[in-house]
Design a protein around this ligand. Structure first.
Ligand code: CP
Ligand code: NVA
Length: 301
């Protein structure tokens, strides 16, 4: 049976094993596939980290990655997703898909006989969360029992963080303006997961409440890809949700700062925080390679 990773929820039974494997793959670069595996990467939106790290991950694993933009393939001009999925399944070993639409990612996976990885869509960014939690684990040596504060827009990254925190038993406090909460169905799933792990889930308006004693402080852009027409309105709405030194005074004194990147310096985070001693954003970006190796190794083994 092939295994897709379309949501962090698809790792509910082994997210921590995947993180352990990722840490191992970072230390031991000799672990590889015995025969070459080929990844096809469809990117409908731009990417720096996800594209590069997936390519490097495949090379390190004795594989190869092919970059596919809808401009260069028939997916963009009328071939159905299901036909594309069936053909790609005959030509490749695994597919990653960055899409504007979660439904399209689900449709591709449904019609593929090889694993499909969600490389970010409007609903989730599961590959990111493996790298994020791997970074927290490296810095804090545990995940369970920590508190993560997410300040800003309740977007695809927030949805995935919320599920991830509830799987590993990390308390999560999200501060966002009204109508910018994580998706309702994700909140329900996270609450359900938390019945097992006992993590606290909180959604508040005041960033100071969310960040209080937090071990991990996380933010993301206020304007995600595809929302550019709302930029002016969003920058006004989120202005009190900036991570700056006044706000981080409320966090635990040994907090780490994470951001999936790209960052908009001076908006969601100030230079002094992202370049400061608590920031782990570049370790986090580097860990995209190893966490993706972990996920790919797991689903193809
Ligand atoms: N964090 C992340 O996914 O970055 P890219 O958009 O550059 O891939
Ligand atoms: N929320 C952002 C994440 C970028 C990696 C977006 O979707 O654009």
């Amino acid at each position: 049976m092939k295994r897709d990773i379309l949501s962090v929820y698809d790792m509910k039974d082994d997210l921590e094993d995947i993180i352990d494997l990722s840490v191992k793959l970072k230390k031991d670069r000799s672990i590889k596939f015995s025969e070459k595996k080929i990844l096809g990467m469809i990117f409908e939106k731009p990417s720096t980290r996800t594209r590069i790290s997936l390519e490097v991950a495949m090379k390190q694993l004795n594989g190869h990655a092919i970059y596919l933009s809808p401009k260069d393939m028939h997916l963009g001009d009328g071939e159905t997703i299901s036909d594309t999925a069936k053909v790609m399944s005959r030509l490749l070993d695994i597919i990653s898909y960055r899409s504007y639409s979660h439904d399209n990612v689900v449709e591709l996976a449904k019609n593929s006989s090889i694993p499909v990885l969600n490389a970010l869509d409007n609903k989730e960014h599961p590959m990111q969360i493996v790298a994020d939690f791997m970074t927290v684990y490296e810095k804090k040596h545990r995940l369970n029992g920590l508190k993560l504060a997410y300040i800003g827009d309740g977007n695809n990254v927030t949805n995935s963080l919320l599920l991830g925190a509830s799987i590993v038993g990390m308390d999560i406090s999200i501060a966002c303006p009204e109508n910018h909460e994580p998706d309702r169905d994700i909140i329900y799933k996270a609450r359900d997961l938390s019945l097992k792990t006992g993590n606290k889930i909180e959604i508040v308006r005041d960033p100071r409440t969310a960040i209080d004693s937090a071990d991990v402080v996380y933010t993301d852009v206020w304007v995600s890809m595809g929302e550019e027409s709302e930029r002016a309105e969003r920058e006004k709405l989120f202005k009190d949700y900036q991570i700056n030194s006044e706000l981080t005074d409320y966090a635990d004194k040994d907090y780490i700062f994470l951001h999936c990147l790209p960052a908009h310096r001076g908006l969601e985070v100030t230079d002094e925080i992202i370049d400061g001693i608590h920031s782990a954003v570049f370790d986090e970006a580097e860990n995209r390679i190893y966490s993706e190796k972990g996920v790919i190794y797991k689903v193809l083994s």
